[in-house]
Structures are given as C-alpha cells and as structure tokens.
Design a protein around this ligand. Structure first.
Ligand SMILES: CC(C)(COP(=O)(O)OP(=O)(O)OC[C@H]1O[C@@H](n2cnc3c(N)ncnc32)[C@H](O)[C@@H]1OP(=O)(O)O)[C@@H](O)C(=O)NCCC(=O)NCCS
Length: 306
C-alpha cells in the first residue's frame, strides 16, 4: 500500500475504518447514500460511459461502498450483486486516477467481500485490475470481448423467425437464463425485462433463445443473450441490430469462435476492449462452454452483472 497509512478504528472486522491516503483521510460510506451525479463524475473520471440511470439501476440490484475524502468527494467505489445466498458478481470497482495504486481499491474490495461473505464470486477484470484481484484469490476464466460501434443492418435473412417477447414470457426467459448462467437471476432478469425490448425463438413450444436490449451508456446494449446454437443467437440479436441501424450499439461476449462473433463484427460492432472473467471459490459453469442440452450465455447483461 505505497503512500497510504492505516488508521485504527471501528471498521468491518479487521478492516480499518479510515485510510490515510497521500496527505488526507479517506472514509467509507454506503453507496446508497451518494447522489447519482457524484457517482457519474467518478465513472467519467476513469473513462466509463455510465449514465446516472445506469448507476441507479446498479444500486437497485446491488450494494456497495464508496471512499470519500475530507470534503466528501467520491474517490472510489466497489459493488456486489447477489444472486441468491451463494453467489454474487462484483463490479463498478474504480478509483479516481489521481488516487490509484494507494490501496483504496483493495480496502473497498475487502469490505465488499466481507459484507457479502459466504458466496462464490465472478467479476470482469480490466487489465489494470488484475493486480487488485489476483492477490484476493480470483482466478482467470475467460476473456470477454466488448464489441461496440454504429450498428449496421444486415441483408442476411435469418433461418428462424424470432418474435417480440411479452410480459408472459418472463418466466421462460428467467428459466433459460438460469440454465445458461448456472444460478437463478430472477430479480435481475425481471428488472432488465422491464427496461428492455426482447426477442425470443421457440422450438416445440418452448423458448430456445432470447436477446434483450436496453438503453445503456453511449447508446443501447444487447444482453443478456442466451441460445443453444450460433444460428439461434444470431436470429434473436439481428432484430436489435436492425432496429438500431446507424446508432451506437454494444454487446459483451465470451464467444470468439464460430458464426456469432463474425455476425457481431459484420453488424458494425468491433472489439473495443477485452476484460477477463475471474472467479473466486468454486466457479459456476464456464460461461461459454457447451454441454448437451445446456444453453450458452452469448452476451452479458453488463460486465458488472455478468
Ligand atoms: C483497477 C483499479 C480499481 C485499482 O484501484 P486502486 O485503488 O488503484 O487499487 P489499489 O491501490 O488497492 O492497488 C491494487 C493493485 O493494483 C495496482 N494498480 C492500481 N492501479 C493500476 C493501474 N491503473 N494499472 C495497473 N495496475 C494498477 C496497484 O499497483 C496494486 O498492485 P500492487 O499491490 O502489486 O502494487 C483502478 O486502477 C481503476 O479504477 N482503474 C480504472 C477502472 C478499472 O479498470 N476498474 C476495474 C474494473 S474491473
């Protein structure tokens, strides 16, 4: 923890209640108590595209902490998103550039892990964050390709015809997502469903694939997408691409082989960045490994939500 000193105090277990960072004291606060515009200023400082609405959504489905300086500026954040009692994703981990590498990220991460204890975890790690997560025990699993750009309607005619999803499809979407993701995300999927346009594909009367799309960051994001085959995944994503022709669209995927990534690139969504899916504790299903009768998560809800 170069440049930082630990103050003893009533922290969480062995964690200090405040840190001396550079020349001033930093304290921790519940992220629920912080104005959205202040959180957005933090994410802008690290170059992230989150709108106030995206922070609001993160707080509705998750919990977390911020680090505040002596005049209450938000210097860092870390959140977790519980799916049941045994599993959580971690995200929205960032430290203002002027205070990086001083131990604030580690301090917040340890607090998140202690507040959410008893779970296994998954997160999407940027290159800068590997040195933060590896010493905490996180192990790399799969690369995520963050694909984005101006969407381009394709002239490809899909072999299967998807239909627009309606409220009555929520239970089937939730069940299919659970089979792909490895644990139920019922609360999250219900909230996403309310904010998204969805397309689904049926086989023998059962939902075989779906793709949700909602406003996020600089435009819209397609995700989650769950399907059993590349063809089905393409069929449910294509209407979203067509509807956003000429506009900014983003899709985060683990897939780097087969027809799907080719389709994504041809749709104008180029690889903008990569992050690494990491797990702590027994990992859930490998996010993009196929097994007979197990659907695959073709696109993440967001990097923070998995
Ligand atoms: C990644 C990040 C959250 C780390 O926060 P932090 O407060 O600097 O973390 P710490 O000071 O506790 O440092 C933890 C380790 O990360 C390293 N580190 C911190 N910032 C780094 C950076 N920008 N590049 C490379 N390594 C970095 C530190 O040197 C330290 O490693 P060490 O223990 O071997 O010295 C911060 O760099 C950041 O906000 N980056 C931009 C946004 C981002 O990528 N968030 C991560 C999302 S998964």
């Amino acid at each position: 923890m170069s440049g930082s000193g630990i103050e003893d105090g009533a922290g969480d277990g062995a964690l200090p209640a405040s840190l001396t960072v550079d020349a001033f004291d930093v304290r921790m606060a519940d992220i629920a108590d912080i104005g959205l515009e202040r959180l957005q200023a933090l994410s802008i400082s690290v170059g992230w595209p989150h709108r106030a609405e995206d922070w609001q959504f993160a707080r509705e489905v998750g919990h977390g902490f911020v680090a505040l300086d002596e005049i209450d500026r938000v210097l860092a954040s870390a959140m977790w998103f519980p799916y049941g009692d045994d599993f959580a994703t971690i995200g929205m981990v960032m430290t203002s550039p002027r205070l990086q590498s001083l131990g604030v990220g580690e301090w917040l991460m340890k607090r998140v892990l202690s507040a959410s204890a008893g779970r296994t975890y998954r997160l999407s790690a940027t290159r800068a964050a590997l040195a933060l997560y590896r010493p905490l025990g996180f192990v790399g699993q799969r690369t995520v390709f963050q694909c984005q750009g101006e969407a381009r309607r394709s002239d490809r005619s899909a072999s299967a015809q998807p239909r627009r999803l309606v409220e009555a499809d929520l239970a089937a979407v939730t069940a299919l997502d659970e089979r792909a993701f490895g644990t139920s995300r019922a609360g999250l999927i219900a909230r996403l469903f309310g904010q998204s346009v969805g397309y689904g594909l049926e086989r023998d009367g059962a939902l075989a694939a779906f793709a949700l799309c909602r406003p996020f960051g600089r435009g819209h994001v397609v995700g989650p997408v769950v399907a059993g085959t590349d063809e089905d995944a393409i069929a449910v994503v294509q209407p979203h691409v067509d509807e956003h022709d000429g506009r900014f669209l983003r899709l985060d995927t683990h897939l780097d082989e087969g027809l799907f990534p080719v389709f994504v690139a041809r749709s104008g969504l180029r690889i903008h960045d990569t992050v690494l899916t990491m797990s702590l504790g027994a990992p859930l299903t490998d996010p993009s490994t196929r097994a007979p009768d197990r659907p695959v998560t073709y696109a993440l809800a967001t990097q923070a939500l998995g």
